[in-house]
Write a protein that binds this ligand. Structure first.
Ligand code: LUB
Length: 214
């Protein structure tokens, strides 16, 4: 079907003039797109070797368009790390629907997180940026604390339900799980670009959950 010339421009203009919501949602989509491209660039090159120009090129936007949403490379990195920490509550709400009990919830959260480390650039970049945090002149959220608190809470519930091995301290077990998971994904990244992360996670999971549960 042929459209009269100029229809697209006209439609665009009507939206721009009359619908702040639509304009906003376009800006929001661009922001999400830039953030994802920034995550890909940071995940591949690290903070030091990445530039705002690299992000703009990846996003097929001008540097000015990127700066409009994120005024500096530090603010891009901060937004990526904040997006990492927004992942977990969304994931938890979904896992809780499955009613797996405290230990099952902990295991399922970590299983899904292993998949996210394999597939999700926000998670890959967020983890890399946290390792590089001393080189980034910005206030990044504190690392590991949300996960440690989540697992401590779940393991306390498990202990109350008699599901923990005698003498296992929930806080110590939570810190060990976070350390084991984080070390496992880091080694899998360095050695195999995380191609083997699911197998390596299955090993760590089976030993640690064996140690924790009665
Ligand atoms: C999680 C990362 C990457 C730990 O909690 C955090 O700070 C995390 C970045 O440092 O994954 C996942 C057990």
């Amino acid at each position: 079907m042929t459209k009269p010339p100029g229809v697209d421009a006209f439609v665009g203009k009507v939206f721009a003039d009359r619908s702040p919501d639509l304009r906003q949602s376009r800006a929001m989509r661009t922001r999400v797109h830039v953030l994802r491209c920034a995550a890909e660039v940071f995940a591949e090159r690290g903070f030091g070797a990445s530039s705002v120009k690299d992000v703009a090129d990846r996003a097929q936007l001008t540097k000015g368009a990127v700066y409009f949403h994120f005024p500096s490379k530090e603010l891009l990195a901060t937004a990526v790390v904040e997006a990492l920490y927004e992942r977990w509550p969304v994931m938890l709400a979904d896992v809780q629907q499955e009613e797996l009990g405290p230990l099952g919830t902990a295991r399922e959260m970590l299983d899904r997180t292993a998949v996210a480390f394999r597939d999700d650039p926000i998670v890959q970049a967020g983890a890399r940026l946290q390792i590089e945090r001393d080189l980034i002149e910005a206030e990044l959220p504190p690392p590991y604390s949300d996960w440690t608190a989540l697992l401590t809470g779940l393991l306390e519930e498990a202990r109350a339900a008699g599901e923990l091995r005698e003498g296992v301290d929930p806080g110590a077990a939570a810190r060990t799980l976070v350390a084991g998971f984080f070390g496992m994904q880091h080694i899998s990244d360095n050695l195999h670009r995380r191609a083997d992360i699911m197998e390596r996670w299955a090993e760590v999971r089976s030993l640690l959950f064996f140690a924790i549960t009665g």
